[in-house]
Write a protein that binds this ligand. Sequence first.
Ligand SMILES: [Zn+2]
Ligand SMILES: [Zn+2]
Length: 252
Amino acid sequence: MKLRVLGCSGAEFPGHSPSGFLIDGCLLLDAGTVGAALDQEEQRSIEHILVTHCHMDHVRGIPFLADNIVVSGSSQKVQVLGSAEVIAAIGTHVMNGLIWPDFTRIPTPQEPVLRYREVPVEQEFQVGDYAVLACRVNHPVPALGYRVTRDGISLLYTGDTGPTERIWELAGELAALVVEVSFPSAMEEIALLTGHLTPALLAKELAKLARPPRRVLITHLKPQYQEIISSELESLAIPGLELLQDGTTYQL
Ligand SMILES: [Zn+2]
Ligand SMILES: [Zn+2]
């Protein structure tokens, strides 16, 4: 399994783009960054998008991707998968025919470029060649984490979350955990209020896992606090821990 990081930042600055992870060129985990990182050919290979939650920094690439596909004249179809709440939010508040066209009716209502698919929770389902398990996590809006498995290799992506329980029980054996750390440990109060983790909170979350993941890949840092977060993470000496970087591809 190849994990390409399109964006792994908890904010936007040059070189720091919001969450978007492309698996094997065809399955997107969140869509905060799509068109800014992928050329037309690469965008054409996207078949499915698993959306963790409806916050702007996780969905904003979808409208532009849909537009690019339609403008290119390609017959490509993309399935947007998420909870019922996320699908309703995207349809009502983003691609609502006002903020952006409703691409579930374009180029034709019969053969639209985008289709929504509600995912079951805590019950594995198939997305292309991947077995996917969705689990609720702890964020101010309804949010899911996803475990994606292919050929016995599993990647677990928490999306945005504060301290949580169930996803760790369901994790199983992981080749990689992509987990968020947004704030330094001194900002625990705001992290908890906004449903995010600090290095100190991450250490407590990892202790809930029965088996340690082979790799612990950190995402969603606030670039304003990158140095302090990195040094706090380093001092925790968590085996297999790496800070993800935009534009990097990881072989799992
Ligand atoms: Zn969020
Ligand atoms: Zn976010």
